[in-house]
Ligand binder design. Structure first.
Ligand code: GDD
Ligand code: MG
Length: 351
């Protein structure tokens, strides 16, 4: 089976980080998000992947090339204008001759693709949608199913008075090729608002496959931070990159932690990270490459991207700091802050 990954969205809810880097390439615990999806696909023997691109397309090709470095073959399909999730699938139709797996490019999950494929075949389904359960279905696609799993209703971003269950579209599908011709050609078209309700109106067989133990859409600042915590505490079931040098420390090459630094929480560091004396680390912290954490800085539950300098006595809590930032001494960055790449925060600032 081949896989298509939809990665053309603008990632507006993850601005400012997605101004320079598309959402699927943002680092998650120091590894681009898409790499986790590629690893999941490879685990189930899927080695031919089509990237459906629109926003900042060259960045994907620059990073992944033909995929050989990752043990897969990658094809790139470009959209001149964003075609929406449905238009993107139709645009890649030359690769769809057999049932194909389609993934949203921002969902992290431990989907059992083999079981889902068998379920799809057993039901002779036109379309199988992976489902997950959430507390708030209003920000996703609500999926109502009968007891046998057949989908009865699909409602994208319902209002609370329309919510009847807590199962939602997890953003992974198996499409029968016959469905593709129902998508209008060359126009912006949504799977969720167009194709799925349309198929249901025609009484086509769509089944829902309630799947994963772990699931998250990384598309907002809060969720982007959360997925880091989940990987670090092991609940996402993903492998952490870097060498484990203590029970709570993972590090890349050429890192140095001063003996007087206090590492009470868990920290994952990229390459060339330096932590100075009396710096303190609490909770779950991810630090990219070439980062300096200076004397007495206190970091709790935060994510710091590459090439950033955290000054003396700085306090960071539950926040995200972009690439090439300079946080000058004694500045205080409080929960919920997301600092764009190249930010300079002057000394004693309070954010
Ligand atoms: N190629 C291409 N072209 N990809 C696109 C386009 C486009 O025009 N628009 C969106 N995408 C990609 C995004 O990059 C993302 O990976 C995926 O399609 C879904 O878009 P989002 O913008 O993240 O949608 P959402 O999170 O609001 O809702 C979707 O995902 C939910 C699960 O996370 C829907 O599929 C919901 O039904 C679902 O519950
Ligand atoms: Mg999303």
């Amino acid at each position: 089976m081949k896989a298509l990954i939809l990665i053309g969205g603008l990632g507006t809810r993850l601005r400012p980080f997605t101004c320079n880097t598309p959402k699927p390439l943002l680092p998650i615990v120091n590894k681009p998000f898409l790499q986790y999806q590629i690893e999941l696909l490879k685990k189930y023997g899927i080695k031919e992947i089509v990237f459906c691109l629109s926003y900042l397309p060259h960045t994907f090709e620059d990073y992944f090339g033909n995929g050989s470095r990752y043990g897969v073959k990658i094809h790139y399909v470009h959209e001149k204008e964003p075609l929406g999730t449905g238009g993107a699938v139709h645009n890649a139709r030359q690769y769809i001759d057999k049932p194909v797996l389609v993934f949203n490019g921002d969902v992290m999950m431990d989907l059992d693709i083999e079981r889902m494929r068998k379920y799809h075949e057993k039901n002779r389904s036109k379309l199988t949608i992976a489902l997950t359960r959430v507390k708030d279905p209003t920000i996703y696609g609500l999926v109502e199913t009968a007891k046998n799993g057949r989908v009865e209703r699909f409602l994208e971003k319902p209002s609370w008075d329309e919510v009847t269950c807590n199962t939602i579209n997890a953003g992974a599908y198996i499409f029968d090729p016959s469905v593709i011709s129902l998508i209008p050609k060359g126009v912006n078209y949504s799977l969720e608002r167009g194709l799925f309700p349309g198929l249901l109106a025609k009484k086509e067989k769509i089944y829902g496959y309630v799947s994963c133990n772990y699931w998250i859409d990384i598309g907002t600042i809060g969720k982007y931070l959360q997925v880091h915590f989940d990987i670090i505490d092991g609940s996402a079931g993903a492998q952490i990159t870097g060498k484990k040098t203590r029970k709570n420390v993972w590090q890349g090459k050429n890192c140095a932690i001063n003996r007087e630094a206090v590492i009470e929480g868990n920290i994952v560091m990229g390459h060339n990270v330096k932590i100075d004396e009396f710096a303190q680390i609490y909770g779950k912290v991810t630090v990219g490459n070439d980062v300096r954490i200076r004397k007495g800085a206190i970091l709790t539950d935060c994510v710091i991207h590459d090439n950033t300098d955290i000054g003396e006595g700085v306090r960071l809590e539950k926040c995200l700091i972009g690439k090439h930032c300079q946080i000058e001494p004694q500045a205080n960055v409080s929960p919920g802050c997301a600092l764009a790449d190249d930010s300079i925060i002057k000394k004693f600032s309070r954010l």
